[in-house]
Each structure stands twice: as structure tokens, then as C-alpha cells.
Design a protein around this ligand. Structure first.
Ligand code: NAD
Ligand code: HSO
Ligand code: ZN
Length: 425
């Protein structure tokens, strides 16, 4: 990994800004625009053609049948099913805390104001499947939607040469997903946004994916809602000399192995740790089955920044705004209040990131590419919306007539003023 030292904080921040802004690739943008247009024009025919072109699968049926899921349940190792069920229990109990409640108040006699919280009607969840199958992402996507009360959860995931991954299908059954379609990439996002003969149009699309998926979600926003841009995985680690280089290296690689565009960043005040982590990454890399992907990620987006103080380390990490942030500093818990930008924070040397990816309960669908500056983890709130309401009695209206009409006439909106005044008689 490249060690950057002797640069000022401002120089490093400028580098970081440059790295995050290069996530929008004009070639990907133009391909995605074309894919969306083609899906809108040709529907299922386009989806089948793209399955052949990008996934090398010829499909008769896009929808997965209940029998295929039954078969998957039989094929999956019971230990995997038990682990998925345990993960589901933890994810449910954590996300239950996120449920927003309706509320109402009465500021004075004759006036009631309220907000009714309702689930979205139909959501599309994207489960990635290009270079790895993600049963864990099925749970992370669907369980918050279930808790919110969404009635129609439609899952899309890229088709696979030998059929969809069994554990993905089992996770879909555990989560109670309503229908599953074998379609991936930008074409899946277009299908959910506009509908095709077989895939229903949804109100919101959630879930992570590669650059094609992230770009397509950005493009259909407005036609449907989206959760966030959850693109290639990232990890940022704040560590001092108390951290073990082999733990830090392993955690950096845990995210690097996702995607050659993944980002792995260590910020430290210890030159000794910086060098040891850089060496250890090379040692551990060579034995990883996905070494080629992880190597690309480390070469493209793997950086160790050496800075002088912990305050400067935190300041820089807030500029990175990583998807996952590990704090491997002495007294890690003391620093949580100084973190302004991160998708999810892991405190202390035993809270290794993969705990959050699989089992602990917080969501692993998180903002990437610096977007943690303004967006948050996928949660139950993503699947709920709010409707405000208001009730006035005649006496309450009479009390407010003057103030409303004065404001309406100040804005030159006579019709507004008259709508209020007409009720006096
Ligand atoms: N942020 C999160 O919460 C989170 C969680 C899990 C995974 N991830 C990320 O999700 C991503 C998964 O990526 P993936 O590639 O494995 O699966 P994916 O499902 O996102 O993408 C696969 C699809 O990409 C499309 N595609 C591939 N090459 C293409 C091309 N040249 N032109 C047009 N379309 C093309 C194909 O349709 C293919 O089906 C990784 O980056 C991983 O880091 C993120
Ligand atoms: N780390 C990924 C989010 O960036 C989530 C994941 C799923 N499986 C393993 N990891
Ligand atoms: Zn992961």
C-alpha cells in the first residue's frame, strides 16, 4: 500500500476530494443511459438480451419459482441456514428500534395537527451478484422493509450460469420476500423504475451494487425514490501504535476483496504501524482466494496516510467519509462523538468490520464514495413515508383569519386570503 507522509492536511484533503470525485465514469454513464433507454423501449426482451451479454445466461423465465426456492432450502448446509436465521434475529431486533411512529398534537382547542407514518407500497431491492453472491445483503435489504410493513418486496439479482445461489434464495425465504427476478446491473434498476411485462414498477429501489448499478440508481432518481449511492465497498481505519498490524491489514483486505474499485484507507500517527501494515497487506494478500480483485483495489485505492496527531487523523477521516470506519485507537469509545462522516463505525480492536457485514444487527448497506457526508445506513425509515394532516374547528379558524390573510396578501395571493375569509359567514 502506498504510504503518504510529509503532506499537509490540506494537501491530503485535496487528494481525497479528487479520489472521490472520480467515481463517476463517463463510459459507465453513457452505457447506463443506453441500457435504461433500451429497457424502457423493449422491456423483457432487453432484459433477456442483457442477461446474455453481461451475465452469459440465456433465460426463459425471469421470475424465480417457489419450487426453485424449495430446492435451494434442501441444498444449503444447515449451518448456513442457522447462521442466516441468527443474523435475521439480530437484524430484526436492531431495526425494530428504528420504526418511526405516527404522532398528533393539539396546540389549542379546535386544532389538531398530525403526521401519519405509512409503509411504502412496493419496493425493489437490489442484491448484487456479479463477482460474489450476497445472502447477507438479502437480509439487510429486506428485513427493514418487512419491519416497516411494506406489502410488496421485489428482489432482483443478476442471473448466474448455474442458477441463482442457493443461500441467496434461502435468505429471501427467511426474509419473506414476495417475488424474485433474475436480472442484474443497470437493466434491473431500469426495470424496477419503469416496469416491464414481468417486473412491476416500484416506489423505491434500495441496495448496493457496482458502478453500473450505482449510476443507474442515480439516473432513475425522481422517477422512483432511491435509498442512497451504495457502490464499491470501503473501509477507513484510524489506528495508533496500540493496534496490531495484522488485524488492521486483515480488515483493510476484507473490503478490498469485494471489488477492484473498493477503497481501503488507513490513517495513523505511527510510522512503525504504517510500515508494518503495508508489509502485512502484501503477506496476507497472497493467500486470499480473491487476491486479484483485492490487489487491484489496494493498488488503485489503497492508501496509508501518516499524520502527526489524533485530532488531525479524525479531521482527515471525516473528509474521507468512509462507508465503514474502524477506530483501533486506545480508548476507541471516546472518539465516537468526534466522528461526523461515516456510514457505520466499529469501535475497538475486536469490533472487526465483518461482524457488521453479517451478524451483529446494524445494516451493511451503507453510503460510499464520500456520500456519508449526507446520507446514512439503510434503515426502516427508508421504507416508511409520512403524511401530515390538520383539523380546524370554525372557532379556531376565526381566531386565525387575520394572520393568514395578512400573509396571503403580503405574497400577492388574494385567492388564498378569500378561501379563508369565505368561511366567516
Ligand atoms: N455498500 C454496500 O452496502 C455494499 C454491500 C454489498 C456489496 N457491495 C458492493 O456491491 C458491488 C457488487 O458488485 P458486483 O459486480 O459483484 O455485482 P453487481 O450485481 O452489482 O453487478 C453485476 C452486474 O453488473 C453489470 N455489468 C457488469 N459489467 C458490465 C458492463 N461492462 N457493462 C454493463 N453492465 C455491466 C451486469 O449486468 C452484471 O449482472 C461491489 O462493488 C461490492 O463492493 C456494497
Ligand atoms: N461489506 C459489504 C458492504 O460494503 C457488505 C458485505 C456483504 N457480504 C460481505 N460484505
Ligand atoms: Zn464486506
Amino acid at each position: 500500500m502506498q504510504i503518504i507522509k510529509n503532506e499537509s492536511i490540506d494537501q491530503i484533503k485535496a487528494r481525497i476530494r479528487q479520489q472521490t470525485s472520480k467515481t463517476s465514469d463517463p463510459l459507465v454513464e453513457s452505457r447506463v443511459t443506453n441500457i435504461i433507454k433500451t429497457v424502457r423501449e423493449k422491456g423483457d426482451i432487453a432484459l433477456r438480451a442483457y442477461a446474455e451479454e453481461f451475465d452469459h445466461v440465456s433465460l426463459d423465465e425471469l421470475k424465480v419459482s417457489a419450487e426453485q426456492i424449495d430446492l435451494a432450502v434442501k441444498n444449503v448446509d444447515p449451518a448456513v441456514i442457522r447462521a442466516l436465521e441468527k443474523a435475521a434475529v439480530n437484524i430484526r431486533s436492531f431495526h425494530q428500534l428504528e420504526l418511526q411512529q405516527s404522532f398528533e398534537d393539539s396546540p389549542r382547542s379546535g386544532v389538531t395537527r398530525g403526521t401519519k407514518v405509512t409503509p411504502l407500497s412496493a419496493v425493489g431491492i437490489y442484491v448484487p451478484g456479479g463477482t460474489a453472491a450476497y445472502p447477507s445483503s438479502v437480509l439487510m435489504n429486506a428485513l427493514p422493509a418487512k419491519i416497516a410493513g411494506v406489502k410488496n418486496i421485489i428482489m432482483v439479482t443478476p442471473p448466474q450460469k448455474n442458477g441463482l445461489n442457493d443461500a441467496v434464495l434461502v435468505a429471501a425465504r427467511i426474509a419473506g420476500i414476495d417475488s424474485i427476478y433474475q436480472v442484474g446491473g443497470a437493466q434491473a434498476i431500469a426495470a424496477l423504475a419503469y416496469g416491464t411485462e414481468s417486473i412491476p414498477q416500484v416506489d423505491k429501489i434500495t441496495g448496493p451494487g457496482n458502478a453500473y448499478v450505482a449510476t443507474a440508481k442515480r439516473a432513475v432518481f425522481g422517477q422512483v425514490a432511491i435509498d442512497m449511492i451504495a457502490g464499491p465497498s470501503e473501509i477507513g481505519i484510524l489506528a495508533d501504535e496500540s493496534a496490531r498490524a495484522k488485524d488492521v491489514a486483515a480488515d483493510l483486505l476484507s473490503q478490498a476483496e469485494h471489488d477492484s474499485n473498493a477503497r481501503a484507507i488507513l490513517i495513523t500517527n505511527s510510522e512503525k504501524l504504517a510500515q508494518a501494515v503495508s508489509d502485512e497487506v502484501n503477506v496476507q494478500l497472497s493467500t486470499l482466494p480473491r487476491a486479484a480483485i483485492a490487489r487491484d483495489a489496494i493498488d488503485n485505492n489503497g492508501f496509508i496516510y501518516l499524520v502527526d496527531t489524533i485530532d488531525n487523523m479524525i479531521d482527515l477521516m471525516n473528509a474521507v467519509a468512509p462507508e465503514h470506519l474502524e477506530i483501533q485507537l486506545e480508548n476507541a469509545y471516546d472518539y465516537i462523538n468526534k466522528i461526523q462522516n461515516a456510514g457505520s463505525v466499529f469501535l475497538g480492536k475486536y469490533a472487526s468490520e465483518p461482524l457488521g457485514d453479517y451478524l451483529a444487527g446494524p445494516n451493511h448497506i451503507l453510503p460510499t464514495g464520500g456520500t456519508a457526508r449526507f446520507s446514512s445506513a439503510l434503515g426502516v425509515w427508508d421504507f416508511q413515508k409520512r403524511i401530515q394532516y390538520l383539523y380546524y374547528s370554525k372557532d379556531a379558524l376565526l381566531d386565525d383569519i387575520n394572520d393568514v390573510t395578512v400573509l396571503a396578501r403580503e405574497e400577492g395571493l388574494e385567492g388564498h386570503a378569500r378561501a379563508i375569509e369565505i368561511r366567516q359567514s
